[in-house]
Design a protein around this ligand. Sequence first.
Ligand code: MF3
Ligand code: CO
Length: 251
Amino acid sequence: MAVSIKTEREIQLMRDAGKILAEVHEQLEELIEPGITSLDIDKKGEELIRNAGCIPSFKGYEGYPASICVSINDEVVHGIPRSDHRLMEGDIVSLDAGVIYKGYQSDAARTHGVGKISEEDQRLIRVTKESFFKGIEFARAGNHLYDISAAIQKYVEQNGYSIVRDLTGHGIGTEMHEEPAIPNFKPLFRKGLTLQAGMTLAIEPMVNAGKRKIWILEDDWTIITRDGTKSAHYENTILITEDAPEILSLL
Ligand code: MF3
Ligand code: CO
């Protein structure tokens, strides 16, 4: 399957989906405080998504049981919401969510601090977010896909952190995961495809404070850092244009 180029009609639907998702994330951020459980966050997220006329794309995806991935501290991504996982002061928590609006998908993630967090954890969250913006400086028609990857990797590593290599970003549209896979590091001797206007991509750096290696827990979903250091995630769905990209999942 080739990478799809969206029509103007499809792009408008993806804009609508992205705005709804951005709004969901803003509302979820307000819930983040010591004492709330990851299941509370998931329930509220599902309600917000459905009330906006969308379907939560994660729910039931390959058997994933929830609408929001809630990943705490050394959990990198795909944490499963649980009533016995309560956020504590000083934790960091990544929320990843996806919506389907009139058949079109948007996917975005944010990492938040819980109460007062350390300066080092604030820096991890900030560098992860900034690496996304460094990457998308290269996201425009005519550039190569791995220009984005290389810029993300460079920024993260310059800051003394490591980028997870076993998971990638992805094309997105009527499916959550479309071609191409988008690594957050530059594969050796390769450039990746040439970007074209109308491509819609989910760019999602996952950054570990320590080493890049990960494990998967017994639940077959939750990804954690092998060395137990904290990890942050930041993701948006973007549209490639001839010019600077349009970030669809931001308000
Ligand atoms: N943002 C993640 C991704 O792009 C979300 C998938 S979680 C799942 O792969 F539960 F839906 F699998
Ligand atoms: Co994604």
